[in-house]
Design a protein around this ligand. Structure first.
Ligand code: PEP
Ligand code: MN
Length: 252
């Protein structure tokens, strides 16, 4: 499973341009957020980008239909989950900030119960592995869930560092809970686009997949620009994925 795409959908041309590029890298899995829950609602006095909302989901559905891709998109409420379901979005995603929202997890399970959808559950930044497994059960367990290690809090506040990928946690899941699929997100898992290639290379042998933020003009990305890689770098990682993939999943 190799997901690539922007942090957020911005408009029709942006998402189609990125989706077509990601597809040209031999994967049909696109990631993109339509609802961006920002930690700080304002930055330098200006409101932060909150995503395209329902219109963004509509564009993602269009990408699925026209390009034959499968899209992962974050949801933060029951209403948003119902929209994703209505538009048949392939991978509804629970973001790190909602990882421990038990009531929401149960609602998501209910909403997607009668569908063929697999939910991506991103680990909260302070969620233990035991807790993550508990939350995954609330969503329906290994059959219905793909876990995503996206970095956790660390004592190290080196300026570029945002979060840190927990390699031990991934190894524990692979070793003791092999029924779960686990992918890693080195974009959020470092917060630094200069680290994404090397992290991907180290993660590939032990994960079921990667999720990476990419954009044709990373600096212009309204969200998470510092951790977003350009197309050249993404292509290199896509090649690595193809060349070194000897894991369990044969999926793109
Ligand atoms: C994302 O995938 O863009 C995202 C917001 O991730 P997380 O929930 O891991 O912060
Ligand atoms: Mn992001």
């Amino acid at each position: 499973m190799f997901f690539g795409g922007p942090c957020a959908v911005e408009n029709h041309d942006q998402i189609f341009r990125i989706a077509e590029f990601v597809k040209s890298c031999d994967t049909n899995l696109l990631r993109a957020g339509a609802y961006k829950g920002q930690v700080y609602p304002f930055s330098n006095g200006k409101p932060e980008y909150l995503g395209m909302g329902d219109e963004g989901v509509k564009l993602l559905a269009e990408v699925q239909d026209k390009l034959g891709m499968k899209v992962a998109c974050d949801m933060q409420s029951v209403r948003q989950a119902e929209i994703l379901k209505d538009y048949n979005i392939a991978f509804p995603q629970v973001g790190a900030r909602n990882c421990d929202s038990l009531e929401l997890l149960r609602e998501f399970k209910r909403i997607f119960k009668d569908t063929d959808k697999t939910i991506i559950l991103k680990r909260g930044t302070s969620t233990t592995i035991q807790e993550l497994l508990g939350y995954a059960e609330h969503l329906g367990g290994p059959e219905r869930v793909i876990l995503c290690e996206r970095g956790i809090c660390s004592f190290d506040r080196t300026p570029q560092t945002r979060w840190r990928i927990d390699l031990v946690g991934i190894a524990q899941i692979r070793t003791y809970y092999p029924k779960y699929r686990i992918i890693a997100d080195p974009s959020h898992g470092s917060g630094d686009r200069n680290l994404v290639y090397l992290l991907s290379k180290s993660l590939l042998p032990i994960v079921d997949g990667l999720m990476i933020e990419t954009h044709y003009n990373p600096d212009s990305s309204p969200t998470d620009s510092k951790q977003t890689i350009g197309f050249g770098e993404f292509k290199r990682i896509a090649k690595l994925y193809k060349d070194t993939r000897y894991g369990r999943s044969k999926e793109a």
